[in-house]
Design a protein around this ligand. Structure first.
Ligand code: MN
Length: 236
């Protein structure tokens, strides 16, 4: 069987929400996408960790600053502590079992906090000289440039040291979590990519699921993620 990739979702009162592009990207990359409804039932966390070969942490609302020891600042958007807890706990369990994790936008921030890092709650107020990270162009268009660290997993996949990406965020990684390194940075210094030294633990601040159709280098991120999940599956 192909690798099973869990995809996290947002939730409203009665609905789960997730854009269709994450699942399509995983499918195209050779994986089986499995949507994970937010739950507080910790018995399920272990089941998911055993069942799944990879975890895709998706975009969404802001992270609760209490998770990294801060009071809420002005400019903080809506938060969902239940979703935060679910995703952080899954992320930590996947770290222990060395299963691949790919974090996109909010997902990269979840990854950072799971490893003990912190987040800018609102770039506009905390880094007022930063670039426009909420692009007004259509979502499948690139807007700002990032520089990618040499000899990183991300550099090997993108096969270029600088490229333009899309951008829809007002929060960003501040202090890096333990064992994570910044591997892509925007020209204003905002961290746009993080990874762990070993295995496939990668986060990007942009949205490759909206770019892969027109940008081969972005498709390679999903392909490598699913391949890494496939290797774990064979080993276990
Ligand atoms: Mn950006």
């Amino acid at each position: 069987m192909k690798p099973l990739i869990g995809i996290t979702c947002g939730q409203e009162q009665e609905r789960l929400f997730i854009t269709r592009y994450y699942g399509e990207a995983i499918q195209k990359a050779g994986g089986i996408p499995v949507l994970l409804p937010v739950t507080g039932d910790q018995r399920l966390f272990g089941d998911y960790e055993q069942l799944l070969d990879g975890l895709l942490l998706t975009g969404g609302d802001d992270l609760d600053p209490a998770l990294f020891g801060e009071e809420p600042l002005r400019g903080l958007g809506p938060v969902d502590p239940e979703r935060d807890f679910f995703e952080l706990e899954l992320c930590r369990r996947f770290a222990v079992s060395h299963k691949p994790v790919f974090g996109i936008c909010r997902g990269m921030q979840v990854l950072n906090v799971a490893y003990g890092g912190t987040i800018y709650q609102d770039l506009l107020r905390q880094l007022p000289d930063s670039l426009e990270h909420r692009q007004k162009a259509p979502k499948n268009r690139v807007s700002h440039r990032v520089t990618v660290e040499n000899s990183s997993l991300l550099r090997g996949l993108l096969k270029q040291s600088t490229l333009r990406v899309n951008s829809f965020h007002h929060q960003a990684v501040k202090d890096l979590g333990a064992g994570l390194k910044a591997v892509a940075v925007a020209s204003d210094g905002v961290i746009e990519g993080i990874e762990r030294e070993n295995g496939f633990v990668l986060g990007v601040q942009w949205h490759p699921e909206l770019l892969w159709q027109d940008h081969e280098e972005q498709e390679r991120l999903f392909v490598a993620f699913v391949k890494a999940a496939g290797r774990i599956k064979k080993e276990s």
